[in-house]
Ligand binder design. Sequence first.
Ligand code: ARG
Length: 578
Amino acid sequence: MTLRNMLETRLAQALQAAGAPPDAPPMLGPATRPEFGDYQGNGVMGAAKKMGLKPRQLAEQVKAALDLGDIAERVEIAGPGFINITLKNEWLSAYLGQVLADGRLGVAPAAAPQTVVVDYSHPNLAKEMHVGHLRSTAIGDALVRILEFLGHRVIRHNHVGDWGTQFGMLIAYLDHLGREGGADLSGELADLEEFYRAAKQRFDEDEDFARTAREYVVRLQGGDAHCRQVWQRFIDESLRHCEQVYARLGITLKREDVRAESAYNDDLPQVIADLQAKGLLRESQGARCVFLEEFKNKEGEITPVLVQKSDGAYLYATTDLAAVRYRAVELKADRVLYIVDARQSFHLRQIFAVARAAGFAPAHCALEHHPFGTILGKGGKPFRTREGGVVKLMAVLEEAEERALALVSEKSPELPEAERRHIARVVGIGSVKYADLSLNRTTDYIFDWDKMLALDGNTAPYLQYSYARVQSIFRKGELETLDPQARLLIAEPAEKPLALKLAQFAETLEGVARECLPNLLCNYLYELAEAFMRFYESCPVLKAQEPTRSSRLLLCQGTARTIRTGLGLLGIETVERM
Ligand code: ARG
């Protein structure tokens, strides 16, 4: 059990004992300010209101009933009825001792593991991955790592866009190039962005080509062998591009995680038939739609979900309905997480509502959209190249490594070149990912090289540097391993906050998994690193007397392990020196 859960359970019991209604939440969390102790319970006010009592009065009763045994040194009532808890140093020492003796840093595998489908990254294969794909890819990958670490069964779904009219144009163009004698097409497809532009230009200028392209769409959908083959070739090449980006970025997605839009094609007629059977379909100007009351606008008109056009074509929404059913029913997911741009919020709300109405997702399967904002350039404008084009993700990663190399070479010119390059890769890629992960994902953010590569502040380089700094203590002390008999003895004022942070790793991960907010882990690691720096400024380690020296070395080692594990769960590497 995490420290927070333990205290929360005790506080809930005390609330009950004081006569609070059974559903009154204790609302326990880490104290917001050090003078409030270590943890703070805010549930008394709500419970008192329900009970018609004065909050202070109930707080007194709760305090009297609160049995913390030898956990707490002090329990105080503050303000209107906050319960402030200060932990005892000896108890915290013993508790943290157990956490640090555990290879998983006190993170117990979930008692009831869930099946969680995570829909993330999902680029459109018609084009090259651009900087806009960074968010879903980085956030989704951090979440799958964390959920897996917590013992859940995670199924990655890369819901790539590989279907639709634009592919008719692309494969018609690819075919056309092939017919003109260009045998090896990998060169032509080396730059998908360029390829798309050329195909589009041809489409706009050449009426014959445009007609062929439209025919190809129909032939492709009809299963024409030749069109399928050209399409497959294009898709394979485009996926190879994605995989190069994933490899460079350290993303865990593999080819077998691709569950493309086209994978649901065969199921689409069935989706329509089932909606029909449920009485949910309505014709509107020849198209088939689902009208749900809850999507009525101010004017009293319902925005329908269009599932089949008058020409018989299916839509993005139809595929998404098939995907929900597959995930909920076939894969028996307990949770389906959609790590998708905030601009698709309405679309997904509609999909979830239709899926529920149609019985495609049972009530116990949670469908969760976790939206994120847009990456903006300097000045809050759309992030574009100097020429006004989209910024390729690969180009961003290359620039990140270059900039990091310049920094490392300036700071540590004495390191051998190969090591500097390695550090530059780890720091450069880490910076780009961390900048994205460390902000609350729901807001837009401004892409700023100087900020993300800064050695101070809440950045990847700062945490990576903190890690390397702790490791340097062990190098300096020529310590390979610590004395297995060493015990933690928390005494100094700067030791306690560090120890408390270290003891909170497990509950931090639980919070991230619940709310799908990796920034909570980033904040935690940043606060941990800060607590370490304050500790290290005021508490000598190698020069301390025993048994203090061994205890402090344990704190150092715990800090290094926690930072490395935490960054690892965010998909970010560390280096031993930098
Ligand atoms: N491929 C889509 C896009 O580029 C995103 C897919 C999101 N996932 C989903 N199930 N709709 O916009």
